[in-house]
Design a protein around this ligand. Sequence first.
Ligand code: ATP
Length: 223
Amino acid sequence: MIPKAKIRRLGLFGGTFNPVHYGHLRTAEEVAEALRLSQLWFIPAALPPHKASKEVTPFEMRLHMARLAVGRHPLLKVSDLEARRPGKSYTIETLRILREQFGREADLYYILGLDAVLEIQTWKDYRDLFTLSHFVVLDRPGYDRSHLGEFLRREVHVDFRELPDGQGFHHPSGYQVLFQETTLLDISGTQIRRLVREGRSVRYLLPEAVRRYILEKKLYLRD
Ligand code: ATP
């Protein structure tokens, strides 16, 4: 459960986190600082809707790695919220639960990479996502953000308006989709799993405690 007291600006970082790595962690740190978030929660998907369940490491292990990664960071936290309900982990359901829990007065910022936004039309009830929370979009190497406005107007809502500073878009609900510049780190879970499978080093791509856990539990040794 995410404690309600005093949380005004809450960052939500959903994903598979298979495993969590410095691409996620450095981004989270920079977003939390830039948006002056009170807390930023990593929310690992219990059953990621887009991935076959046999491909994905058990939730408890991904959760544990995320906890090892954030340690005692004062703002970064890990939530097991998506394991508390049965079935696939749809973001829309998570946002509805959090909106109800925190009420209208809290600012929620859902953080996701440009690669993920450009597939948003494959998410359950995706148009409603933008009526529940602000979105913070991160650049990822290899993805071009120059057509995001056009994409959002075509796929989500025709009345997405560009913000005057060019730093994002405004949805008629009042919520915004904001760009956040962060250090571009070309690291992905796919790359880490492949390196481990090939018996190669993953040192310095992710926290040492997570690297040791992967070796100890013999994760990612096969497809
Ligand atoms: P995979 O390679 O297994 O698909 P991934 O490393 O891309 O995984 P996810 O756990 O699926 O990571 O991603 C969670 C969120 O973090 C997504 O919104 C994704 O766009 C973002 N993200 C992942 N890696 C980075 C990175 N290196 N820099 C910025 N954002 C990232």
